[in-house]
Design a binder for this molecule. Structure first.
Ligand SMILES: [Zn+2]
Length: 375
């Protein structure tokens, strides 16, 4: 994998670039749809690659490890083949899910002992084992095990989790280097910066991780309930330390109006379940605010969800029909709504990238801020 920086905004930290992978080229800044269980819920791979033109998706190691199991996926030719997705895949380390979903977890310097949320079976994730699982999956970009802590956290708890994250990143990296020497696939491993909401811990963590000379870096531990201004501030202090010539990935963000804010601080990659999860719950993002499709006002509304959207759903169906599908609990609603919301996010990223290339990103950002202030 290598990152090619194409354009930088002279007034903000925004950048446009290309990430070259074994499974295609990714235009950045990029938003990655989340495909937790090797599927972006409700959307076919044909639509993901065609209609939506997503260049990379994210899958969750924790879920695939538990079911169907990484060894089975390896036997079946790896995750790309298993799910018939020829483009790039990023997998997380599973750490975030262990800390948010499973019971009875016990964190030691060796790793995390946890019980499956499916059947209660005990498992141990170590920095080494989570690299092995992701190598079995055959992902293009893999993440080391990190310790995610809740917000708010004491400085001491944040410091301990940050230290452990750095130690685990070094252990994961050492193991990864030995493993890829003997392996056909050469995924990129992105260390994760932690440090909760303490700017000095974030800076210290970022500085230590840059010693690894990794092909890219991630910022974790955000979107855990903190005010948005704080997530942006932590991103900014972290990215000030990370190398300019490597992609920067902020994990788990954000709302549509936040995407250009992260990009303005130098972020190249983002992911979030919001567009797909909100879609299934009937919350649709549009250029003139949110549409809550169950509302009675849409009962006889013949307009598309968003007249400015060119997605298949907006080209084809009315709000009245979509409301009917939602009220009737029809499966098709989830598919059509997810297509629209993901297209809305991916369109924002395409607009941002174009603005950076044309040198108009500051004006674009002002426009988004003004609109958000009015709403
Ligand atoms: Zn649409």
């Amino acid at each position: 994998m290598h990152f090619e920086l194409q354009a930088e905004c002279p007034h903000t930290g925004a950048r446009a670039g290309l990430i070259h992978t074994a499974h295609g080229v990714i235009e950045t800044p990029v938003f990655m749809p989340v495909g937790t269980q090797a599927t972006v819920k409700g959307v076919t791979q044909r639509d993901l690659a065609g209609e939506l033109d997503a260049k990379i998706i994210l899958a969750n190691t924790y879920h695939l490890f538990l079911r169907p199991g990484h060894e089975l996926i390896r036997e079946l030719g790896g995750l790309h083949k298993f799910m018939s997705w020829p483009r790039a895949i990023l997998t997380d380390s599973g750490g975030f899910q262990v800390f948010s979903l499973s019971d009875l977890r016990k964190v030691t310097d060796q790793g995390v002992l946890f019980r499956s949320h499916l059947d209660g079976d005990a498992h141990l994730f170590t920095p080494e084992s989570t690299v092995d699982v992701q190598l079995a999956l055959g992902s293009d970009i893999i993440m080391p095990l990190d310790e995610c802590i809740a917000y708010p956290a004491s400085r001491e708890a944040a410091y301990q989790a940050m230290r452990r994250t750095v130690n685990w990143a070094h252990a994961a990296y050492g193991h990864y280097r030995r493993r890829v020497e003997e392996s056909a696939s050469q995924p990129a491993l992105f260390p994760i910066v932690q440090g909760s909401m303490f700017a000095d811990l974030r800076r210290a963590c970022a500085a230590e991780l840059t010693d690894l000379d990794a092909p890219g870096y991630a910022v974790g531990g955000l979107s855990v309930g903190e005010p948005r201004s704080l997530s942006l501030e932590m991103t900014e202090v972290t990215l000030g330390i990370l190398p300019r010539d490597r992609p920067r990935y902020v994990m788990g963000v954000g709302m549509p109006e936040e995407l250009p804010e992260y990009v303005a601080r130098g972020v190249d990659m983002m992911d979030c379940v919001l567009p797909s999860r909100n879609a299934r719950n009937g919350y649709l993002f549009t250029s003139s605010g949110r549409v809550v499709i169950k509302q009675a006002r849409y009962r006889d509304d013949v307009a598309p969800i968003d007249p400015n959207c060119q997605c298949y759903t907006c080209r084809t169906y009315s709000r009245a029909y979509l409301r009917h599908l939602y009220q009737a609990g029809e499966i098709l609603f989830a598919t059509l709504a997810t297509l629209h919301n993901l297209n809305y996010y991916l369109d924002i990223m395409r607009q941002i990238r174009q603005a950076i290339e044309l040198g108009t990103f500051p004006a674009y950002l002002d426009g988004i801020r003004n609109r958000a202030a009015v709403e």
